[in-house]
Design a protein around this ligand. Structure first.
Ligand SMILES: Cc1cc2nc3c(=O)[nH]c(=O)nc-3n(C[C@H](O)[C@H](O)[C@H](O)COP(=O)(O)OP(=O)(O)OC[C@H]3O[C@@H](n4cnc5c(N)ncnc54)[C@H](O)[C@@H]3O)c2cc1C
Length: 481
């Protein structure tokens, strides 16, 4: 896809003199996208006293954030202190940079890690959104317990709570069914003036704002952009929100922004199939394992759920069987997604591994051998041939089995930004009045592929940068008088 020359008018409406335009709506801050990033930005901006106009393409807010498990990483929070966890933002940044092999801007990574505890405390104290530290298991790659989530581990509930908080401010106006179609910019300077928005499917409205925040996530739902930037995922099962079609990145590019790490993404290797519900990685971290249809384990499944998607997709039919026991089952019962798997009949229960093999049409003999070898490794009686070191003891019957597949969750490449979330050109200069966060901005997951994604990098970029963008955009807008 070449956005240059021919398509630029589809993306940007250039005007010579803003005062000559007949604007339909005016606000201090225009936010495009009503997922986690946009809602947090709206709250942060309005807390500063700015009038916010938020436009959401779909009939309801939420985006990918509502599909998520609401897991938010933060270091140095009061929740950690209460639980006796000694963590630091430096350590959190090191964990992110280790996982992404130093593939994200280290200054920005450290900044976001440093802002993470402020975000979590602010959500709790200022916005009344109840979070807790997830203490029952640790995601691989995090060297401390630092994931904060709501009780249900459900993004839709987080979105509801954010929406409820917006209700407390009378200067946040939200329009649903209101896709932004083009950015409006001044021809001479390239300064952003607002956007052209189609509200309720009727005509084009021109919204003027002193500052505009792009909070419309990445391009997971745009097959053409996937073919260009992440060809290995162009035909993959996309498990994210259909609204994420990448126009924020195209607008930025058309305005001269630098694009970074466009090949990076988050995937997942534990989506219940064909039910299309997230089983969660917790069944693995509590001690389970994956086999293919030959009844063989094929990789150390503990190495990370994002890269594990490619391992699963490489197996026959692109599927695996997730095997776990009663202890794992009980431990993940609190996840709404897991409950949904139960309701949909995705989870099958067995007294013996042979029965599991029969139901999933896997060689009983091979399955028994695999299970026995896994049990020995889990007991520490022999080294795991696939190099797994993290077990939780052997599995005890009853056993459970779920057919799973790999899927693309969201893209991680995007517009380069500075510490104030302002969008940057290739020469490092700022595009005036333009901010970005969440999946529209470049993430913290390395240069390319799924392996650089450390658990919860997605909401880290969405919520932390949403707050930074909202605050900075509001301050700058109000300073203009
Ligand atoms: C199943 C699943 C589970 C996940 N779990 C976690 C987790 O627990 N922790 C974690 O850190 N990450 C998780 N992620 C990733 C995380 O959900 C995303 O990284 C994050 O929600 C992105 O937030 P966002 O605000 O940038 O985008 P979104 O939440 O997707 O919001 C973008 C919004 O912009 C709207 N939009 C798009 N184009 C336009 C337009 N032209 N005009 C107006 N509006 C527009 C969209 O409709 C959408 O509502 C998960 C992802 C999935 C799919």
């Amino acid at each position: 896809m070449n956005i240059h020359s021919a398509r630029i008018d589809d993306l940007i409406l250039f005007v010579d003199n803003p005062e000559d335009v007949s604007w339909d709506v005016e606000a201090d801050v225009l936010i495009i996208g009503g997922g986690g990033c946009g809602l947090v930005a709206a709250l942060a901006a309005s807390e500063k006293g700015a009038h916010v106009f938020l436009v959401e393409k779909e009939k309801a807010a939420g985006g990918n954030t509502s599909l998520s498990q609401a897991m938010v990483p933060a270091a140095g929070t009061s929740f950690q202190k209460d639980a006796g966890i000694d963590d630091s933002t430096e350590l959190m940044a090191e964990d992110i940079l280790k996982k992404n092999k130093k593939g994200s801007d280290s200054e920005l990574t450290r900044h976001v890690a440093a802002e993470s505890s402020r975000l979590v405390e602010w959500l709790d104290t200022n916005m009344g959104i109840r979070l807790e530290l997830v203490t029952d298991f640790i995601y691989p790659g995090h060297s401390r317990l630092r994931i904060h989530a709501n009780k249900t581990r459900k993004g839709a509930h987080l979105v509801n709570d954010l929406l409820q908080a917006t209700g407390r401010y009378d200067h946040i106006d939200v329009a649903y069914n209101a896709p932004a179609k083009r950015i409006v910019a001044e021809r001479k300077t390239g300064a952003v003036l607002g956007a052209e928005v189609e509200i309720g499917g009727v005509g084009r409205n021109l919204a003027r704002a002193r500052k505009t925040i792009l909070a419309l996530n990445g391009f997971g739902a745009n097959r053409k952009m996937l073919a260009r930037y992440i060809p290995e995922m162009k035909d993959a099962y996309y498990f994210g929100h259909e609204g994420n079609t990448g126009e924020g990145i195209l607008w930025g590019e058309a305005l001269g922004a630098e694009l970074e790490n466009m090949g990076a993404y988050q995937a997942h290797g534990s989506v219940a199939h064909p039910h299309g519900t997230l089983l969660t990685f917790a069944t693995i971290s509590f001690g389970g394992y994956h086999v293919n249809l030959q009844g063989k384990r094929f990789v150390n499944e503990y190495h990370g759920y994002s890269e594990h998607a490619l391992d699963v997709l490489a197996q026959e039919q692109g599927v695996a069987i997730s095997v776990f026991d009663e202890r794992c089952y009980q431990a993940v019962l609190g996840f709404e997604d897991f409950q949904q798997c139960i309701r949909m009949g995705a989870i099958k229960k067995f007294d013996h591994i042979r029965d599991l093999a029969k139901v999933f049409r896997v060689s009983e003999e091979e399955m028994e051998k695999t299970h026995e070898a896994f049990q020995k490794a889990a007991l520490g009686e022999s080294a795991d041939p696939l190099g797994r070191k993290d077990f939780n003891g052997p599995l005890k019957p009853p056993l459970y089995g779920v057919k799973v597949t790999g899927a693309l969750f969201h893209t991680q490449g995007g517009l380069k930004i500075n510490k104030d979330a302002q969008v940057l050109r290739k020469d490092g200069s700022v595009i005036a009045n333009l901010y970005a966060g969440g999946g529209t901005a470049v993430g913290f997951s390395g240069k390319a592929g799924p392996a650089g994604y450390l658990s919860a990098n997605g909401l880290l970029a969405a919520l932390v940068l949403g707050k930074v963008a909202g605050e900075k955009a509001a301050e700058a807008a109000l300073a203009q008088g």
